[in-house]
Design a protein around this ligand. Structure first.
Ligand code: 13P
Length: 253
């Protein structure tokens, strides 16, 4: 696994024509990727085979936005990690705040999903983050600790093939990213947390997500302990997503 990533979460957006234009546009912007910075895009599940084809030979990985905690059985509407692996998925988002908010997912269930992803030999991208009320009440670090404690209680601390994505809920889709001071403070806290847990997880990539775009990417990417971005709306614009990727490359150069 690499140390730095830029990942695009397309959420519930896209269709055959738009996906084609988006990936072709991205490949035109970035004819080659830097070997030190990975890129993944997470389309809506029905389009995963299409996006696998469109990205063939590009170095761009394909991720999924969610997964079942179960491997198979009578779970209508679910997708298993093994099935995602079967169609070439490499990364799976788990615990996105929109899953927590709109689908009632909790940290224990999210940890079981992460375990299912690991069990299938894929990499979970575990999303954590506080609400505005929690931040204003001074609970940010307690909330993040609870979310990570729940994760490691299930997946253990000897697996280095996990990506952590810090996405403050109040910065998602609002156009207002966290400040560089807030991001640096949380990412340093998260790095300390991981370092205390075990040597295997000490170096997990920690991505920032929440209104990251072409204009603010360079200042965010330059922060210590920021290992990349999980991008929503800006990932739907090839030039902007490419600019974020280039900012990450510049931060390691
Ligand atoms: P935005 O970049 O649109 O704020 O979304 C961030 C996000 O939720 C990525 O998972």
């Amino acid at each position: 696994m690499l140390k730095k990533y830029v990942m695009g979460n397309w959420k519930l957006q896209g269709n055959l024509a738009d996906n084609k234009a988006l990936i072709e546009g991205l490949r035109a912007e970035l004819p080659t990727l830097d070997a030190r910075v990975g890129m993944a895009v997470c389309p809506v599940a029905p389009y995963i085979p299409q996006v696998k084809e469109l990205t063939a030979g590009s170095g761009i990985s394909v991720g999924a936005q969610d997964v079942s905690e179960f491997a198979k059985g009578a779970y209508t509407g679910e997708m298993a990690a093994g099935m995602l692996k079967d169609v070439g998925v490499e990364f799976v988002l788990v615990g996105h705040s929109e899953r927590r908010t709109y689908h009632g997912e909790n940290s224990a269930q999210i940890a079981r999903k992460a375990q299912a992803v690991i069990g299938a030999g894929l990499v979970p991208v575990v999303c954590i983050g506080e609400s505005l009320d929690e931040r204003n009440a001074g609970q940010t670090k307690a909330v993040l600790t609870e979310q990570l404690d729940a994760l490691f209680a299930v997946v253990g601390t000897d697996n280095g093939n996990i990506v952590i994505a810090y996405e403050p809920r109040w910065a998602i889709g609002t156009g207002v990213s966290a400040t560089t001071e807030q991001i640096a403070d949380v990412h340093t806290f998260l790095r300390d947390y991981l370092t205390k847990r075990s040597a295997a997880v000490a170096g997990l990539p920690i991505l920032y997500g929440g209104s990251m775009n072409g204009a603010n990417a360079a200042s965010i990417a330059a922060l210590p302990n920021v290992d990349g971005g999980l991008i929503g709306s800006a990932a739907l614009k090839p030039a902007e997503f490419a600019a974020i990727y280039k900012a990450l490359v510049a931060s390691v150069a």
